[in-house]
Design a binder for this molecule. Structure first.
Ligand code: NAD
Ligand code: LMR
Length: 326
């Protein structure tokens, strides 16, 4: 029998956690042949709620679910974890930017980064969802002595999926027909959605859709979608965020199918002029299970180039703000 993978999830009783855990347990994240053990972490105050979620997981009788463990200590919750999903942290409310959370949420990721380094599997794969996710990932990765730095990633897949959704709507196509979108940079309003190489049903997006829409409403909708959802729901996105986390890990493990690449925020090694070490969203090609490489050598349009610097500068300034945590 295939060894069950241990999946640690923080903030497991929160909004995203409530959607995410059931989809991990059903096999949507790692495929229908991979058993899982879920290891949920919560704050002590939310442990009762987490016990309730654990009961519901058991009551779902998922064939692939080989165990549910809960804890309020990361050194217990992360023990032996093959995958660590760092979700638990405060969401922003209306009127805030994600970066406003940096001093509230940042310190969570030092302790959790240390716990990963101490007790998780030595090749653990990490996805940071809690905002501001790129810089929180930088904080967690800074604690990594044993787990490879490249295994620390942050989530821009929701932005990628939002771009796909908008393109499909506009072209009256299905999301599966949309390929090779890119999100560059920070999971913030400075992100750069890039459709220069995207296709819909094999046709080039810049040929198919008018540039005024792509540069205007499309670009703004993707960059500001998180805010629009908070305005509409009174709470930040949850099911779509959980879905994006499932997609991120699924593709990292199992590949992107007929897509050439996906968008993942990963440690820069200087590609495209992005300072080394920043956690930056790049087009990433999956070359094997848990193997990604940043797609290099793409010629950037003048418009994309002109926007890249703002997102680089923002991430560099976030790094400066948390330098005591690195
Ligand atoms: P939520 O408030 O519903 O749940 C967060 C949970 O985390 C709570 O149950 C809380 O008790 C727990 N928590 C807080 N600190 C913790 C800690 N130190 N250890 C363990 N658990 C802790 O929030 P949510 O809607 O689930 O969102 C969680 C985070 O994800 C927020 O920061 C939000 O902004 C972010 N988010 C990111 C994306 C993205 O695309 N990257 C998308 C949506 C939400
Ligand atoms: C999102 O993009 O929906 C999340 O990052 C939540 C937020 O604060 O916008």
């Amino acid at each position: 029998m295939t060894r069950p993978m241990r999946i640690a999830v923080t903030g497991a009783a929160g909004q995203i956690g409530y959607s995410l855990l059931f989809r991990i347990a059903s096999g949507e994240m790692l495929g229908p042949d991979q058993p899982v053990i879920i290891q949920g972490l919560e704050l002590p105050v939310a442990m009762n709620a987490l016990e309730g979620v654990a009961m519901e997981l058991t009551d779902s009788a998922f064939p692939l679910l080989h165990g549910v463990e809960v804890a309020d200590d990361p050194k217990i919750a992360f023990k032996g974890a093959d995958i660590v999903l760092l979700v638990g942290s405060r969401p922003r409310s209306a009127g805030m930017e994600r970066a406003d959370l940096i001093r509230v949420n940042g310190p969570i990721f030092t302790g959790q980064g240390q716990a990963i380094d101490t007790v998780a599997a030595e090749d653990a794969k990490v996805l940071v969802v809690g905002n501001p996710c790129n810089t929180n990932c930088l904080i967690a990765a800074a604690q990594a002595r044993r787990v490879p730095r490249a295994n620390f990633t942050a989530m821009t897949r929701l932005d990628h999926n939002r771009a796909v959704g908008q393109l499909a709507l506009r072209a009256q196509a299905t999301p599966a027909q949309v390929k090779n979108v890119i999100i560059w940079g920070n999971h913030s309003s400075t992100m750069v959605p890039d459709t220069d190489r995207a296709t819909i049903d094999g046709r080039s997006v810049p040929d198919l859709l008018d540039s005024a829409w792509l540069e205007g409403p499309f670009d703004e909708t993707v960059r500001e979608r998180g805010k629009a959802i908070i305005q509409a729901r009174g709470k930040s996105s949850a099911a779509s965020a959980a879905n994006a986390a499932i997609d991120h890990i699924h593709d990292w493990f199992l590949g992107t199918g007929d897509q050439e690449w996906t968008s993942m925020a990963v440690p820069s090694q200087g590609q495209y002029g992005v300072p080394e070490g920043l956690i930056f969203s790049f087009p990433c090609r999956i070359t094997g299970p848990w193997q990604y490489e940043i797609v290099e050598g793409l010629e950037l349009s003048a418009s994309v180039k002109s926007k890249m610097q703002a997102t680089i500068d923002e991430l560099a300034s976030e790094r400066e703000t948390v330098k005591d945590l690195l």
